[in-house]
Design a protein around this ligand. Structure first.
Ligand code: AMP
Length: 976
């Protein structure tokens, strides 16, 4: 039974429509890239966004096309976003902080057709355009007076039509443009992961996911935005959509202040004060800069009430400085590009708010609790749920309508587990109150003697040392413990320190065996493109570094081996402590002790009471836990390190030299896959690979008795010196091979249990057409051989071989042109808004290895022609007959007609439920024995009955029209 409410697709154009109509005069303020502060309103932004849409339409941009933006946070950038998204095109935000090679790779992989950019980034544009053959137009966010006069590309780019001036172009366009009207699942934005922990992968947001994310961010315990707020998003629009603020500010009608190109402490402070900012969001490094600026200038903050800090762990010093010196509340948040990005926030609960501030601090430092709409799960390596006790570390997994289901073009393959959770790659704990704490990236965690050490936790404490500006911890190889942590510290300007000072500072604050084996003072800690510590670069720079303790351990091991004694234990994990929050308990022990808790109930009040009660004990225990430091090794001075570290510049250059080096594991296609056509349109025109499943039936006749008729010839020749005959025989066999292969594969799969991937994908779709083309060569060779060896005697075989090849290729080509547009997907449905699901019985019959039945996935790269597009779109193009059938007859009649049609097709009924209007059946193709499952839904409609069908193959990959044929055929029969 369907609800009877209006549908109203959740598309993003409605946000700016709303802002223009109900908050039309509310200001959008920008520190422009040209310099001055520019003031505009949501009404004007809306008007100009429509002009941008008309401009894009005039440039030939169609729904689904990707439009790049390489730009700062400005009003122009906002209006361009809405202009792009309003017509169903996709806004691809490019991160200018990446190396130009990386930007070019990402823009190319994204398939961008037009790029909008700021004046600041023209040097990058000059370098990347020669590598972007699809980008004809670059539109510069400026007016005529500021357009550069001598813009030169860094290489040849015949496709490029020059720079265009944004203000000129939009002045020419009308502000009248129809927006929306498409499905809410339509792609709206594309953003690549930052790449600090691997290859960039495209996250493709939909209108629906961003719309829902907007609602989520507006909740009081999330960002709690209101029309009365003045919002300064320092977090860039190219970093996970500026955490959604470009949607949530207009949605609430808040004034928005865009910082443009200047994000230094002084510039941000000035905007905070002059514009009366009440809310802001940024990564910790930005706030560090602001706080340093305030400190050095004795500055004050008068209107700012709340800052959301995320993207990297927020140190206690920042939280305290904001709250204690300036009265600003910090909400620590965690999220990722893949989560739109809001995942969790450390908003205080009612119970925690009643605790003294210092007791709230451990919770404020955690990344917090998920808002409604986000589900979290913590598991061990085997996917088993871990207890929410604040101690057990595990893989953090997340699920919900704002979380990525797949990367663009199928990069990275399947990314969800069997329950639909996405593995964040983060390692975390969740406590009894439901507060999640990131302890590391899975790739950064230090694995010492089989136990995990959180690098983030050590960094957070170390950066609290009064002399530290930045701190980073990485694991380095150790002969006994596999890995041990070392701490890198960048000291504040003018400070000097010894290693012992930092080790002493950590003493008692972390478990003894977490204590870094060395402290290394560095001049710079490399930051990635989104302002986070780039551990990939640090590890690269430190790759030749050898721990002093590793040398000691190796020596000890040799000694021990020599006199048969055990090696000295330097770093055994301590026994489990009773202390609250002490992270020194091995994961296995905790997991083993705890009952398996699948849905832990977080009861903040109970836990808060427990904390208050145990506070005194905990404090005493903490004081008692002062342990002897490990004997310190030789201090490492900044000079010594400088000598041991390669120069930062050469490393950066080396990384930037060659995109292959930058992303060595990220080829656009698998090495042996067929190259992707540059665009889906071009792909349609490319010569198709193969045909329809029925092809074997139409294969040319095999050489049979007629071939035997050649024998007299041979006899006549006396079989003497007949060197040509064997060659011609080989040619005939090669010519016959494709047909034999296809028939053999089909029968083998059907009756002999031959694997479908081998029979269908490899032999039939791949190998047979290749051999057919190859046989054209052997036929020509045979003809030459026949002419030399005696055409009178050999012509028949030569012609037979050639004839067979021509017939095979002819059949292949005809079949291809008939079936060439068949979708490379075995999932055809008439309704993608409320997709039909299968019953448990069918899902069990499909088995675990079957292709997943998803709501509306994008096609993975392997699907070649349609890579990265939604199944719904592909269906609409390749199987237009798959449409909901509305009949002027009763649902009961329609159901009977559907059942008859299914039975007439010879399909086996699995579910026959006329009351629920649900019919399920299974089918098997004759050739290859490929299995499909079918579900039919019959519902009442104002006209009479409404029939929907979905047919899904069990095997992944192309079905060459089989499911479309089945759905269309059945609909035709039902419709009469
Ligand atoms: P990105 O997609 O570039 O925003 O990176 C997301 C990653 O940043 C997450 O998976 C975390 O590893 C890290 N991250 C984000 N927020 C936090 C936070 N508050 N504390 C620690 N790490 C964070």
């Amino acid at each position: 039974m369907q609800g009877l409410m209006q549908h109203g697709a959740l598309t993003l154009d409605k946000i700016i429509d709303h802002a223009a109509q109900w908050h039309g005069g509310r200001e959008v303020v920008t520190r422009s890239v040209e310099g001055p502060i520019v003031r505009t309103t949501y009404r004007e932004i809306h008007d100009r966004a429509k002009r941008v849409s008309n401009l894009l339409l005039a440039l030939g941009i169609k729904p689904g096309d990707r439009v790049g933006t390489l730009a700062w946070n400005t009003g122009r950038h906002i209006e361009t976003w809405y202009g792009i998204m309003g017509i169903g095109a996709v806004c691809h935000t490019l991160n200018p902080r990446l190396f130009p090679e990386q930007i070019a790779w990402i823009a190319d992989h994204g398939g961008d057709k037009v790029i909008f950019t700021d004046l600041t980034f023209l040097p990058i544009i000059a370098g990347i355009i020669p590598r972007l053959p699809n980008v004809e137009h670059v539109i510069v966010f400026t007016d005529r007076d500021h357009m550069p006069e001598n813009f030169q590309l860094a290489g040849e780019a015949p496709h490029f039509k020059g720079l265009l001036c944004y203000e000129d172009l939009i002045a020419e366009q009308s502000a009248d443009c129809v927006w929306g009207g498409f499905d809410e699942g339509t792609a709206a934005g594309l953003c690549y992961t930052s790449g600090t922990t691997g290859d960039p992968k495209g996250v493709m947001y939909s209108h629906r996911s961003n719309f829902l994310h907007t609602f989520i961010t507006m909740q009081p315990d999330v960002m709690g935005l209101s029309q009365r707020d003045v919002i300064l998003p320092v977090v860039p629009m190219f970093h996970a959509n500026a955490w959604g603020v470009a949607f949530s500010a207009p949605a609430t009608g808040a004034k928005i202040v865009m910082p443009g190109a200047r994000m230094d402490g002084a510039a941000i402070h000035e905007l905070l004060e002059t514009e009366g900012v009440t809310f802001s969001a940024a990564v910790p490094t930005v706030w560090q800069m602001l706080l340093q600026h305030l400190e050095s200038t004795n500055g004050t903050i008068s209107t700012l009430k709340k800052v959301v800090i995320g993207g990297a762990a927020c140190p206690e010093t920042i939280i305290r400085a904001f709250q204690e010196k300036y009265g600003v509340e910090v909400v620590h948040a965690w999220g990722m590009t893949e989560t739109s990005p809001v995942g969790t926030l450390s908003t205080m609960t009612d119970a925690l708010e009643k605790l003294p501030y210092d007791q709230q601090m451990p919770y404020r430092l955690k990344q917090g609790r998920p808002p409604m709409g986000v589900e979290l799960k913590l598991t061990d390596d085997d996917g088993k749920a871990l207890p929410h006790d604040g101690k057990a570390f595990g893989h953090l997994k997340i699920r919900g309508p704002i979380i990525a289901a797949e990367y663009f073009r199928g990069a990275g393959g399947k990314i969800l587990d069997e329950d639909g959770f996405f593995d964040t790659g983060d390692v975390a704990t969740i406590d009894e109150m439901g507060f999640m704490q990131i302890t590391d990236r899975a790739k950064d965690v230090v694995k010492s003697g089989g136990e995990w050490i959180s690098t983030i936790e050590i960094e957070n404490i170390a950066v609290g040392h009064p002399k530290a500006a930045l701190a980073a911890v990485i694991g380095v190889p150790h002969p006994k413990w596999d890995e041990r942590p070392i701490l890198l510290v960048k000291l504040k300007e003018g400070e000097t320190a010894t290693k012992e000072e930092f080790l002493d500072f950590l003493q008692g604050k972390i478990a003894k065996w977490w204590m870094p084996d060395d402290v290394v003072f560095v001049d710079e800690i490399p930051l990635g493109a989104t302002g986070k510590i780039d551990k990939k670069v640090i590890r690269q720079r430190m790759k030749d570094y050898v721990l002093p303790t590793a040398v000691a351990a190796a020596g000890a091991a040799t000694l021990a081996a020599a006199d048969g004694a055990a090696a000295p234990v330097l770093y055994a994990p301590e026994p489990a402590s009773e202390e609250i929050g002490e992270p020194d308990e091995p994961v296995e022990e905790v997991a083993a002790e705890a009952e398996p808790v699948l849905e832990p109930a977080h009861e903040p009040e109970v836990v808060a009471a427990r904390i208050l009660a145990s506070e005194a004990v905990a404090t005493e225990a903490a004081e008692a836990e002062v342990s002897e430091p490990e004997p310190a090794s030789e201090p490492v001075t900044a000079e010594a390190l400088a000598a041991s570290l390669p120069d930062p510049e050469p490393v950066a250059q080396a990384v930037a030299q060659d995109p292959e080096d930058v992303f060595p594991h990220a080829p656009l296609v698998e090495p042996d896959a067929k190259p992707l056509a540059p665009t889906p349109e071009a792909a349609f025109d490319a010569p198709p690979v193969f045909v329809a499943e029925e092809a074997p039936l139409a294969m040319p006749i095999q050489p049979g008795r007629k071939a035997k008729a050649a024998k007299p010839d041979k006899a006549a020749s006396g079989g003497k010196g007949d060197w040509a005959s064997p060659i011609l025989l080989v040619a005939v066999l090669v010519a016959a091979l494709p047909a034999v292969l296809i028939v053999g594969a089909a029968l083998g799969a059907r009756f002999g249990g031959l694997d479908k991937a081998i029979a269908y994908d490899l032999l039939t779709r791949d190998l047979a057409p290749r051999i057919a083309w190859l046989s054209l060569g052997t036929d020509v060779l045979a003809l030459i051989v026949a002419m030399i060896g005696g055409i009178g005697r050999h012509w028949k075989r030569a012609v037979l071989a050639l004839g067979m090849t021509a017939a095979t290729l002819g059949v292949l080509l005809v079949a291809t042109s008939l079936g060439g547009r068949a979708a490379p997907v075995g999932d055809v449905a008439t309704d993608w808004k409320a997709p039909l699901a299968f019953s448990e019985a069918v899902m069990n019959a499909r088995g675990e290895a079957a292709a997943p039945v998803l709501d509306d996935p994008s096609l993975p790269v392997g699907s070649e022609l349609f890579a990265g597009r939604r199944v719904a779109e592909v269906n609409a193009e390749t199987c237009p007959a798959a449409r909901t059938l509305v009949l002027e007859r009763s649902p009961a009649d329609a159901y009977e007609a559907a059942k008859t049609a299914v039975q007439a097709k010879g399909l086996k009924l699995v579910t026959d439920d006329p009351i629920d209007g649900r019919l399920e059946a299974g089918g098997e193709s004759f050739w290859f024995g490929m299995r499909d499952d079918l579900v039919i839904r019959v519902r009442p409609d104002t006209a009479g009955a409404r029939v929907d069908i979905r047919s899904v193959a069990r095997d992944a990959g192309g079905d060459l029209g089989r499911n479309c044929g089945r759905v269309s055929g059945i609909l035709k029969v039902i419709g009469g």
